[in-house]
Design a protein around this ligand. Structure first.
Ligand code: GTP
Ligand code: GTP
Ligand code: MG
Ligand code: MG
Lengths: 277, 292
């Protein structure tokens, strides 16, 4: 990259441009550039190829240090899906349902967004396409009530995996963040160990605000993982590199399109390659 | 906040009579960092900082202001000027109906903004018709029809059609017959790099000749805003931008990026999920927010 044949200011500038434009943010970027600056000072044998490898390894390490298996094997496993408006929560749930159906799991979808126009209809269409059950109420109803009924029913019916859809909400809306806390408590009432996983859905086109989203959502409902959506666009989702310094959250899946099969498992090497491509 | 940081920077370098290359160096770095953290695009920041440097150099320090305050004022004014100086409105056609086409990436807030704009136009004694031209997203038509009921504006839809261009064309004809003076096309979210979907939008525009083509952009968009806006603008000739979700704490640097790359005005901002949460764009407020 850059076509430079030595580790010099031109190389540092090229790297900085790549990382910033990938949304890694100025701080994470300067940390990474500083890393190779000091390596270059230590050894004259440190060439551009070694510099690139050092950066990639450092990014890869950040993104993989928190990886551990998902905790969804004790039925009914409850996965709570949260995030700000329009990031792809509902669509991601449909994709996850398809994925786990293929493993033979019996799925229940929960229409926890009772507020937005067309939200319940949207998830209902997905449940029909998937041929899986859905628990829903009337628009405008209390989401906690629906979720309580759903998790209770899932346990009674022997459902393997419950995917709980929630309304989009900005992390600055404290009353809506409280509502999310209540939804989580209601799930715990039925199954104390639940939710077994809580995923924050992040849109890859999002810039530095993702850091604030993760922090505030995590304070209210402890997050266990991330899903990064819309990576089929041109955004790189580099903010997850900066996020790794603040919150140790494994990236579980990547959304790569609008179809029900457009969900990839997170593969660190491929992700890092894409970041630098 | 940037203003505090700059005040500190200038305090360190002392009160000089003139702003010079040396004493500006750190201040310009502060500005650059603040803009990058606010999600302004890397290349746009370069160009903006160069512009500020040029204006600032040689400016003699106003004895009534400390250099830090003066510099902040200069940066702020430069931002406001780039953002368009003053708010711009919808340009209505001399011969109705005025056709407004809403477009943008998936999830940016097009459908909600269509409902909000319809409500706003209704209050201004217009007779809008909303068109459900998203035939792809599950329950997209339900969503717009529900909004239509909530604001009291009719929605044209065709659940059996798989042709967005045809839906828009027929809606346009209906508007002429039924005396609607504004037709609002809510289109499906799409990627700027999806040639088939971008061509669909060009076809819609070719058939109904919109007077306003509004790109709906999420306020939390990062570096990619330049690429997205640039592509939509080059293929469609945008007439304006709507920036949504400004009720959150995203700094909104994408506003500067989008303005820089397209030269088009931000006409409205979305400040909430409810249908009354639409405001005209104020460059001063946006500048303050980005620099904060
Ligand atoms: N290109 C692309 N589009 C996606 C992806 N994931 C979701 N979308 C689209 O993004 C838009 C929003 O998706 P939703 O699933 O409704 O998002 P949401 O977070 O549930 O939205 P709210 O409930 O309104 O907050 C839809 O048009 C989806 O088709 C993805 O990975 N790639
Ligand atoms: N807080 C807030 N939410 C908004 C605003 N504008 C839209 N939303 C929310 O953002 C989400 C996406 O809005 P939509 O109108 O469905 O977005 P869209 O662009 O039509 O999505 P697609 O058709 O799938 O591309 C919904 O949850 C909206 O309620 C806003 O200004 N503030
Ligand atoms: Mg949803
Ligand atoms: Mg829509």
């Amino acid at each position: 990259f850059g076509g430079t044949d030595q580790v010099d200011d031109e190389l540092f500038d090229d790297l900085e441009a790549i990382l910033i434009q990938a949304d890694c943010g100025p701080r994470a970027t300067s940390d990474l550039v500083q890393l190779i600056r000091s390596r270059a000072e230590e050894s004259s044998a440190f060439d551009p190829e070694a510099a690139m490898k050092a950066i990639r390894d450092s990014v890869r390490e950040r993104l993989t240090r928190s990886l551990k298996p998902m905790n969804i094997d004790t039925p009914p496993a409850v996965v709570l899906i949260v995030g700000v408006n329009g990031v792809g929560k509902t669509t991601t749930i449909a994709k996850m349902a398809r994925l786990f159906q293929a493993y033979g799991k019996r799925i229940m979808l929960v229409a926890g967004d009772t507020f937005r126009a067309g939200a319940i209809e949207q998830l209902t269409i997905w449940s029909q396409r998937l041929g899986c059950e859905i628990m829903k109420g009337k628009a405008g109803g209390d989401p906690s009530a629906i979720v309580f009924d759903a998790v209770s029913a899932a346990r009674a019916r022997g459902v393997d995996l419950v995917l709980v859809d929630t309304a989009g909400r900005l992390q600055t809306q404290s009353n809506l963040m409280d509502e999310l806390g209540k939804i989580r408590r209601v799930i715990q009432k039925v199954i104390p160990e639940a939710p077994h996983e809580t995923f924050l859905i992040l849109d890859a086109t999002t810039g530095q605000n993702a850091l604030s989203q993760a922090k505030v959502f995590n304070d209210m409902v402890p997050l266990s993982g991330l899903v990064l959506t819309k990576l089929d666009g041109t955004a790189k989702g580099g903010v997850v590199v900066a996020l790794a310094d603040h919150l140790e959250l494994p990236i579980r899946f990547l959304g790569v399109g609008e179809g029900v099969d457009d969900l990839d498992n997170f593969r660190p090497d491929e992700f890092v390659d894409a970041l630098f491509s | 906040a940037l203003s505090d940081k700059l005040r500190e920077t200038f305090r360190k370098i002392g009160g000089y009579g003139t702003l010079t290359e040396e004493n500006l160096q750190e201040a310009l770095r502060d500005v650059r960092l603040a803009l990058l953290e606010a999600d302004v695009n890397f290349k746009v920041v370069k160009s903006f900082v160069a512009g500020v440097k040029e204006k600032a150099l040689g400016q003699s320090v106003n004895v009534r202001l400390n250099p830090g305050q003066q510099f902040v004022g200069l940066v702020h004014d430069e931002l406001v000027e780039i953002m368009g100086g003053q708010a711009e409105k919808i340009h209505f056609a001399s011969q109705p109906p005025t056709v407004i086409m809403m477009c943008g990436l998936q999830g940016s807030g097009k459908t909600t903004s269509t409902g909000k704009l319809a409500k706003h136009l209704l209050a201004q004694k217009h007779r809008p018709l909303m068109v459900a031209a998203d035939i792809k997203r599950p329950a997209a038509i339900d969503q717009l029809e529900t909004l239509g009921k909530q604001v009291g504006v009719p929605v044209f839809s065709d659940r059996s059609s798989t042709d967005a261009v045809d839906i828009c064309r027929r809606a346009h004809q209906l508007a002429l017959m039924k005396d609607h003076d504004v037709v609002m096309l809510d289109t499906a979210g799409r990627l700027h790099i999806d040639d088939e979907m971008m061509t669909e939008l060009e076809d819609v525009a070719a058939h109904v000749k919109p007077h306003e083509v509004l790109l709906v952009v999420d306020a939390m968009t990062g570096q990619d805003a330049v690429r997205v806006a640039g592509e939509f603008d080059s293929r469609l000739a945008l007439s304006g931008i709507v920036m949504t979700k400004l009720d959150g704490d995203a700094r909104g640097g994408a506003a500067l990026s989008v303005r820089h790359v397209t030269g088009k005005p931000i006409k409205f901002i979305g400040v909430g999920e409810k249908l009354d949460a639409l405001q005209p764009f104020h460059p001063q407020r946006m500048a303050g927010r980005i620099l904060d």
